[in-house]
Write a protein that binds this ligand. Structure first.
Ligand code: 4NP
Length: 162
């Protein structure tokens, strides 16, 4: 990590999973004193919630874990593929939509699945969409995202040493 490490989390609406991942990653990076080394943002492949704060159910669940989510939903755009080093998606639909939007094959190599970095949930392939779920769905998403963000940060720290 020579310059700032730029990470973009992507889900469908950018009101549940990806803003939560953004908040969790910010907190982890801050705890390790690495805030200045990172740029962390999130976006959605669907623009219908543009400008909105995260879903109140996700804000409440995150607040119970000490996180305040203040991101405003925004759509993923082509320029994001140039600007960010890593684009971390939540599920197959995000993965396919992000690939479709990537301006080039080389830039699409920046797309990763969040579950690649999950260590306590082996075999998982996606972070489930909690939008039509109850309270437990949001808690499960936060558990998975905490696992994935921790794994992602460790992977980046190892990259720096390599
Ligand atoms: P997210 O959740 O992709 O984790 O932000 C959703 C938010 C909104 C919708 C679906 C999923 N929606 O259908 O509006």
């Amino acid at each position: 990590m020579t310059d700032k490490y730029k990470i973009l989390f992507v889900c469908l609406g950018n009101i549940c999973r990806s803003p939560a991942a953004e908040g969790i990653m910010r907190a982890l990076v801050e705890r390790e004193g690495l805030t200045e080394r990172f740029e962390i943002d999130s976006a959605g492949t669907y623009a219908g919630h543009r400008g909105e704060l995260p879903d109140i159910r996700m804000r409440d669940a995150a607040a119970r874990r000490g996180l305040t989510l203040t991101h405003r939903s925004r759509p993923l755009c082509e320029a994001d593929f140039e600007r960010f080093d890593r684009i971390v998606v939540m599920d197959d639909m995000n993965y396919e939509n992000a690939h479709r939007m990537a301006p080039s094959r080389a830039l699409s190599d920046k797309i990763h699945r969040m579950t690649e970095f999950c260590r306590r949930h082996p075999g998982r392939t996606h972070i489930p969409d909690p939008y039509y779920e109850g309270h437990e769905g949001f808690e499960r998403v936060l558990d998975l995202l905490e696992d994935g963000c921790g794994g992602l940060l460790d992977a980046l720290k190892k990259e720096e040493k390599a």
